[in-house]
Design a protein around this ligand. Structure first.
Ligand SMILES: *Cc1c(COP(=O)(O)O)cnc(C)c1O
Length: 372
């Protein structure tokens, strides 16, 4: 018997999501101790969680008991942090779990998902997982949204149910304006606004808009500003008519007891969070200046904890590699990891997360050596 013939057919040809490489494997591959690796490839927060969150997780009790499926304490803490009633909030094992739940809720085979690339890779992954037709309305060269093209795509695409709008966008850091978002919300589909990086932005969150727009969902995460990517915790903010159905689909016991306890403590440490925003935004602007001064990178404006750089034509290159690949490889040899892209809209680019000042210094010094 051919066991694969029993699988869902769309799974057979599906491409796997390419996640990051774990620290211990990296350390082996690079021949460097883990604490010498400068990991700037996944937009994690190198300051880590608040000491209060670490303390709370270390002393978490009731680890032998399942978590509260209603997530009461967690949702109340988030509610006071974002100023929106807790009935609108549902938490999962990362925003990634919420993305998957939304796909399960809205997509049946034959429905379409509209993506606005270049953007976060999980939306394409979701389309594959739930067997949605994957339709795109690409961003302009400067990463702004082409709202008219999006409107046309929606009109022309039968059964299009979901659209993902990331603001600030990953991997470039640009934002969507109120006017653009309002136009998108007039379209007959669900608009999922991914605000993973909103804390680093000048722009206010649109989370409260879910009380006004029946087709808006907002995503947030503890992985970026809150420094808890390893704890897997994120949430969605939903209109009440949507959230009541999502509760039925969600597995009952995510996130874990330890992540929930840590998250509540992290949200309670407003001073630490505020300091972190200032440190990271300040460092972002310093890194932007230093990268631009190299003279061979185009650095895109960013409202996030990362910067996207395009390697310009006169930069050093090596045999058989694009210039960006040569840069990425050179950095990797020094134990500095950045995320390289070479696809439509992202030709020969790398994205670098904002670390601590010493990480900026190591990166710049390695890039300066490259030019010689
Ligand atoms: C990092 C990131 C997330 C967060 O995902 P988690 O599953 O919460 O770690 C969501 N959306 C975007 C655009 C991101 O870059």
């Amino acid at each position: 018997m051919n066991i694969e013939s029993l699988l869902q057919p769309h799974l057979l040809g599906m491409q796997a999501y390419v996640p990051i490489v774990p620290f211990d494997i990296l350390s082996q591959r690079l021949g460097l101790p883990a604490d010498q690796i400068v990991k700037l490839d996944a937009n994690e927060n190198l300051y880590g969680p608040s000491p209060r969150a670490l303390e709370a997780m270390a002393h978490a009790s009731h680890l032998h008991i399942y978590p509260d499926p209603d997530q009461r304490q967690l949702r109340e803490a988030i509610s006071s942090y974002i100023g929106i009633p807790y009935e609108h909030i549902l938490c999962g094992a990362g925003a990634d779990e919420i993305i998957q739940l939304i796909g399960m809720a809205f997509i049946q085979p034959g429905d379409a998902l509209l993506d606005l690339p270049p953007t976060f890779g999980m939306y394409k992954w979701l389309a594959d997982v739930v067997n949605a037709r994957y339709v795109t309305a690409p961003r302009r060269e400067d990463f702004s949204l082409d709202v008219s093209a999006i409107e046309t795509a929606v009109v022309r695409t039968p059964k299009v149910k979901l659209m993902f709008v990331t603001s600030p966008n990953n991997p470039d850091g640009s934002t969507v304006s109120d006017e653009e978002l309002k136009r998108l919300l007039q379209l007959p589909l669900v608009v999922v606004l991914d605000e993973a990086y909103i804390d680093f932005s000048d722009q206010p969150s649109r989370a409260a808009w879910v009380q006004q727009y029946p087709n808006l969902i907002v995503l947030r995460t503890f992985s970026k500003l809150l420094g808890m990517a390893g704890m897997r915790i994120g949430y969605g903010i939903f209109p009440l008519d949507v959230i009541k159905h999502l509760w039925k689909l969600k597995q009952p016991y995510t996130p874990t007891v330890a992540s929930a306890v840590g998250a509540v403590a992290a949200l309670g440490d407003a001073a630490y969070l505020q300091d972190n925003v200032q440190r990271i935004v300040g460092e972002r602007e310093r890194l932007r200046r230093l990268l631009s001064e190299l003279g061979w990178l185009q650095v895109y404006p960013s409202q996030t904890n990362f910067l996207l750089c395009r390697v310009l034509a006169d930069a050093a290159s090596a045999d058989g590699l694009t210039r960006g690949q040569a840069v990425t490889k050179h950095l990797e040899k020094r134990g500095i990891l950045v995320r390289y892209f070479n696809k439509d809209g992202l030709r020969d680019c790398f994205r670098v997360s904002i670390g601590k000042p010493e990480h900026t210094d190591a990166l710049i010094s390695a890039l300066q050596d490259m030019k010689r």
